[in-house]
Design a binder for this molecule. Structure first.
Ligand code: HEM
Length: 457
């Protein structure tokens, strides 16, 4: 008889594994992930959760057997009234059609066309930073990334840190924090977090309904069809041209903003914190920038010639994968590795664990971008080609058919923003980087970065 996966240690009667998850979620996940089986069972608020931490089992869930799984109801419950009809949550034919519709907005060429906006906005922001005094790292990164993505995705301007959209974004994300009790309760239970969440959803709906209406009015008169030159059309025009309903377009915009904003802001905060804490790596990246780009504005073509910068971003996403857990559910009883997984089990592939597993990574907890480079480079530390890690041991953007639609956009945005920031400033971290289990990894809000103006830019 095929058995269920082994139970993770530390299960208590009635409350199961919840106390450990609430106390120290990331530490608990790492400890549970060390089991040799690579799959283990948790009991969380009456649900069975299967934590998946070996590359082979992760590949099975997300890639080879992906048609046996769907996005977990848990994710649907958390995002439901916010973005119910969006790509992130759709399944089957509906998902395939929507992905096909949106894909043209994320081609390499389309992504590259966003570069001047990213560079211009970052340059403006960094010029406002005080010289030689601390800035609030997380708030700055969140505000910069929201500004950039809102412009490149839908031509919206969210200037300043405290627009209604910023506030709504924060209230919505609060309901997805693994350490908040509201995360485990239905949205209808009137906790303060849930009430703020519902108000925030209304605000976002109002703001974005107006954006869609405006775009539809502008498009009026020009007949948009799928056959139009997709290279020139904005994301909104692509959706209008595909005949999507305004409310569906609005949901999709919200989904894209959330899928992109929080993860990219977290990655940028971590990259700057790590650079600010590693003077040797930072000097190597700055020297590379000086050699390749000098004082001009970086372009997408430059980015391919900056291996040290590339290695820093890859290593940041290894150590701090913003989407540190992924959530699936089998559509029927199924088999994973040699275990039986019952329908209704929440199956959780864990980038957080596999990215830090010493079976695949030497000194897994150390920030060593040189591990991504082969041959000579100016980066300090020993090189260990990434190919040494098995397939599915590095999945910051997920894998299989539901991998990140915005990976190209995120990759370019991260490299361009870090490049521009380091062209203008030397950065040093005040304090030390620590992360928590938010909807994406959450970086300590109080962290500060001292930035000193430089002549490069
Ligand atoms: C560093 C930044 C980012 C990271 C680490 C990241 C990570 C991921 C991951 C891991 C998934 C797969 C989720 C799963 O399998 O359950 C995903 C899906 C997705 N991401 Fe990203 N993402 C980032 C930025 C973006 C951006 C900028 C956008 C859009 C502008 C975006 C749009 C999406 C969408 C639409 C999906 C769902 C795709 C589908 O279900 O077909 N992401 N992302």
């Amino acid at each position: 008889m095929v058995e269920k996966p082994p139970s993770a240690p530390g299960r208590l009667p009635v409350v199961g594994h919840i106390p450990r998850l609430l106390r120290d979620p990331l530490g608990a996940l790492s400890r549970w992930g060390q089991r040799p089986e690579g799959v283990c069972r948790l009991d969380v608020a009456g649900r069975t959760v299967c934590l998946v931490t070996s590359p082979e089992a992760i590949g099975q869930v997300l890639a080879t057997d992906s048609d046996r799984y769907r996005k977990a109801d848990l994710v649907r419950d958390r995002l439901g009234s916010l973005q119910g009809g969006s790509l992130v949550l759709l399944e089957g034919e509906q998902w395939r059609d929507r992905r096909e519709t949106l894909q043209p907005a994320f081609t390499r060429q389309r992504v590259a066309s966003a570069a001047p906006t990213v560079v211009e906005r970052t340059t403006e922001r960094v010029r406002e930073w005080p010289d030689n005094s601390p800035i609030r790292l997380v708030a700055e990164c969140r505000s910069l990334v929201l500004d950039v993505l809102a412009r490149v995705l839908f031509g919206l301007e969210f200037d300043g840190e405290h627009t209604p959209v910023h506030r709504a974004a924060e209230d919505i994300l609060a309901r997805m924090d693994l350490q908040s009790v509201s995360t485990y309760l239905p949205e209808s239970v009137p906790t303060p977090t849930n009430r703020r969440f519902r108000r925030a959803v209304t605000t976002l709906h109002e703001e974005l309904d107006a954006v869609v209406e405006d775009a539809a009015a502008r498009a009026d008169g020009r007949t948009l069809s799928v056959a139009d030159g997709e290279g020139e059309r904005s994301l909104l025009e692509i959706m209008l041209g595909a005949g999507m309903e305004p409310a569906t377009i609005r949901d999709e915009l919200i989904a894209l903003l959330f899928a992109g904003y929080d993860s990219t802001a977290t990655a940028l905060s971590c990259a700057l914190a790590l650079l600010g804490d590693s003077p040797g790596v930072q000097s190597a990246v700055r020297a590379e920038l000086e050699r390749v780009v000098g004082g001009r504005r970086p372009t997408p073509d430059d980015i391919t010639g900056l291996p040290a910068l590339d290695a820093v971003v890859k290593e940041t996403l290894r150590l701090y994968p913003p989407q540190y857990l992924l959530f699936r559910e089998p559509t029927a009883d199924t088999r994973l590795d040699s275990y039986r997984i019952d329908a209704g089990t929440v199956v959780v592939p864990a980038p957080w664990v596999v990215h830090r597993d010493e079976q695949h990574w030497r000194e897994p907890a150390a920030f060593r971008p040189a591990r991504w480079l082969t041959g000579e480079s100016a980066l300090p530390g020993e090189h260990q080609p990434a190919q040494a890690a098995p397939e599915f041991a590095y999945i910051p953007y997920g894998v299989g058919s539901r991998h990140c639609l915005g990976a190209g956009m995120a990759d370019l945005t991260l490299r361009l923003t870090v490049a521009v920031l380091l062209q203008h400033r030397q950065v040093s971290l005040l304090g030390s980087l620590s992360v928590g289990a938010g909807p994406t990894l959450s970086v300590d809000d109080s962290l500060e970065l001292r930035t000193v103006r430089d002549s490069l830019g």
